[in-house]
Design a protein around this ligand. Structure first.
Ligand code: COA
Length: 164
């Protein structure tokens, strides 16, 4: 049985191949998968919201049932306001677990149990990947091909000169 609506939220600064792997697999589990980009991330983002959304749009083009949105405030409020049945999260390693458990339990409390949190294990190919590491390696001239979707790699190369 498929869920009606799932939410995959994050900062996506930038979207990586690890994120895209989760998106493709989660999209199979729901009629609609919303990729929700945080507008008020506590992280200092390198890419603007518009750039992050643009990169996600090109990465998910052609994947059925995926829509891209942005939101601020609590994830639980977005989930309640938008009839989200489940929040999907990717687990890369045991180090992710404690943080994810805390967030899942807090979100369960905040949504009154309306939205479950579902975990997908990250493809081991991408278990070491994070957006911060991608940015650090890329802007210091290292090779990140394959660790971000090809179209995102091209986008990052094109925008490299405009980076601070
Ligand atoms: N592949 C590759 N990288 C992955 C990954 C995967 N499968 N899963 C996670 N990551 C990386 C991310 O790129 C990110 O890297 P970075 O720290 O270098 O940027 C890192 O792991 C953490 O990712 P994530 O946990 O998704 O953090 P986030 O900041 O992108 O998103 C939210 C966290 C959006 C889920 C959370 O902050 C939130 O819900 N915010 C809204 C406010 C709220 O409701 N707060 C209360 C929460 S209970």
């Amino acid at each position: 049985m498929k869920l009606k609506k799932m939410l995959y939220a994050g900062t996506f600064d930038p979207i990586t191949s690890g994120h895209l792997d989760i998106i493709k697999r989660a999209a199979e589990l729901a009629d609609v998968l919303v990729v929700g980009v945080l507008t008020n991330s506590s992280k200092r983002c390198h890419f603007t919201l518009e750039e992050r959304l643009e990169m996600i749009d090109i990465a998910v083009a052609g994947i059925d049932g995926v829509v891209v949105d942005s939101f601020g405030g609590l994830l639980a409020d977005y989930a309640k306001d938008n009839n989200v049945d489940a929040v999907v999260r990717g687990l890369r390693a045991t180090m992710d677990f404690e943080y994810e458990l805390q967030m899942a339990q807090m979100n369960a409390r905040l949504t009154g149990g309306e939205a479950e949190t579902l975990f997908l294990m990250t493809d081991p190919k991408y278990s070491f990947v994070s957006s911060s590491l991608i940015k650090e390696v890329f802007f210091l001239g290292g090779e990140i091909k394959g660790l971000v979707p090809d179209e995102v790699y091209d986008y990052m190369c094109l925008h490299r000169k405009e980076t601070k």
